[in-house]
Every structure is written in C-alpha cells, then in structure tokens.
Ligand binder design. Sequence first.
Ligand SMILES: Nc1nc2c(ncn2[C@@H]2O[C@H](COP(=O)(O)OP(=O)(O)OP(=O)(O)O)[C@@H](O)[C@H]2O)c(=O)[nH]1
Ligand SMILES: [Mg+2]
Ligand SMILES: [Zn+2]
Length: 349
Amino acid sequence: MKFDEDEELSKSSPIRKHKVSKRKLVRESGDLPENSELGLVVAQIGNTVIVESDFDGKVEYIDCKVSGKIITPHSQSNLVAVGDKIQFLRSNSIAEDSGLVTGRIVAVEQRETYFSRKAAGRATREHVIAANCDKLLILSSLADPIYNRRFIDRVLLAAEFGDVQPAICVNKTDLFDDISAFEEDFEAYPKMGIEVFFVSALNQDGLNEIIKFTKDSTTLLFGPSGVGKSTLLNDLVGQEVQEVAEISERTGKGQHTTSAVRMFKLSDTTRLIDSPGVREFALWNVNREELPLYFRDFVKFMHDCKFTPCTHMHEPGCAVLAAVDRGDIDAERYQSYINLVESTDEIGF
Ligand SMILES: Nc1nc2c(ncn2[C@@H]2O[C@H](COP(=O)(O)OP(=O)(O)OP(=O)(O)O)[C@@H](O)[C@H]2O)c(=O)[nH]1
Ligand SMILES: [Mg+2]
Ligand SMILES: [Zn+2]
C-alpha cells in the first residue's frame, strides 16, 4: 500500500514520487521498538514525511520514510497524514534533498479528528488530508475561480464526519464594488452556526476575524486551486513562506501551485496547514440514511415528517420539503442534498 495516494498531488509535486515497491507490514497493535521517539507530522512531500520532534523544548525536524513494519489503527486510509502523532526510529544518515537527519515511522497514534475525502482517481479508498486539526477554513473566492456551493457543502459534511469545526472564507472581495448579493448567497450558514468571513487576502482586508477564528488551534486551509489559500497563509504568518501563482489566463483557474500539505507554527498554540488545491471533492463513506442528519439546517424539521424513514425527496407530508417551499431551508442547500443523494445512488450506497 502506498501512503501517498493523491494523484493530483504527485502529478504536480516537484519531487517525483517513486513507486513504493517494498512491502509494508501494517498491524493494528503491537510493541514499539525500545528507542522510538514521539513526533508530529508537519509536511508530506511525495514519499517524504517531515516530522517535528520537540524534546524538552528542543525542536528538531527529521526526514522520515514509511517502510517496513508500522503499527496503526488506520490501516484502511493513507498510513500517515500531516497532523499525525507518530513514533519514529532515528537513523544516522542525512537526507540528500533536505539535509535533515533521516528516520523511519514505526507507529501512528489514533487520530482524534481528521479531514478526509474519497481518494482522487478511480480507486475507492479514503484519503486523509490532515489529522488532529481542530478547525477547517474552507477557502473560496468571488471570482477567478468563482465559488461553488455544491463543493462547499460537501466539504462541510466531511468536516462534520471528522469532528473538525468548519468556517467559510470567501476571498477576493477587492474584485467587486458591491458584494451584498454574495453576502446574501451565504446567509444560510451563520444561521446554522457556521461563520462566514468575506476577505481580500491581497489587500489584507477582513483578516481580523480569521485571526480570531484560528487563534489557539490548528486550522487546515482547504479549497480549489487559485482561491488564495497560500496568499492568506502568508498574510497570517507575516512572511512569504508559501509560493503563490497567477491564475491561468486560459482557464481562469488556479495552476496547482502548492503541491504538498504543510503545517506552519504561528505560536506555541496556533498552527496553520496549507494544502494543494483540489479539482474534485467526493465524500468518503457517505451513508444515505444518515446523510440528512449532517445537514444541520434540516434537522429541526425532520422530526415532523409524516413518514419515517423519509428521504425528503418526494414523500407526502415531508416537513423538510415544506420548509424548502416556505424558504425556511435555503434552496441551494437543498440542491446540495439532492446532488449527494443522487451520487450515493451512483456508487451504490
Ligand atoms: N484579486 C485578488 N487576487 C488574489 C487574492 N488572494 C489571492 N489572489 C491571487 O490569486 C492567485 C492564486 O493565489 P494562491 O494563493 O496561489 O492560491 P492557492 O489557493 O494557494 O492555489 P493552489 O496552491 O494552486 O491551490 C494569485 O495570483 C494571488 O495573487 C485576493 O484577495 N484578491
Ligand atoms: Mg497554494
Ligand atoms: Zn421528510
């Protein structure tokens, strides 16, 4: 099993991924080697995992591989993700690319939270983008590329599945004189307890709310390519730590500039994770019956449906449909629900 299973990521990675041919022996439990050390995965670049070790305040970075025996409770997803707490064994060599001491990951701890999707491409497996993050900032933009509410709603659900607190950041407000129509389009979210921030990362406008949201937690920035994730991250870090690139003139889309998931430490308690822009986002492990429960804005109406179970699609006396008709449930949210139900039909859940 390869641990870097993201085709999109490997295609655009400057460091070519070489096939992991060596077999990995994955076990759910077992004894750790005596001299293993605790570390935190802070970056994943192709087959290389950068691990931060903090021993009595002495911070060090180790260039690790995942090979040989590994103990992990997550054998069904990628074995290692940024944010994972791991045990590693140090070796006495220096990595050519990074100049760091090398090591080997021997165990991964149980993930407290995670943000995952169905792996890109044809394979059906889970791809955990980040583990143990407290919050998720879904980045989108008013134009170049224009936001997609279907995408946002799917990502919100994935956050719910993994127990990560989501918020929505709508970037590039500088491109419009009047953004009131856009603000209206996002009105449904604050009503269900999901914060929405309208910002211009370029002009550093509206960032205070984001600083407040991310303070004292680990936050993953996630969204399509070109929406300004790395621009915003650089603003928040206060330095140009991540490369930023122009939108393609030909397609009006981003150019997949960021190619690796990478964590940055702003203070002892605040961390941000930048991630590569994705082309598609499919949910992992959607259960059709449970789906409505994850639509927070549907839940309070569902109890009044005449039939149980109710798919909220066509049943007479459906309270969710009635709420959509009255405008008490946002029509676009309902459309996202329908799309998801239809996609679960296709994949046979
Ligand atoms: N007008 C405007 N442009 C912005 C803003 N934020 C970012 N951009 C531009 O959008 C382009 C893409 O920005 P990036 O930060 O590289 O986007 P990204 O989301 O990190 O993209 P990937 O790494 O490819 O996923 C760059 O040309 C930025 O200068 C903004 O607030 N307003
Ligand atoms: Mg980027
Ligand atoms: Zn119903």
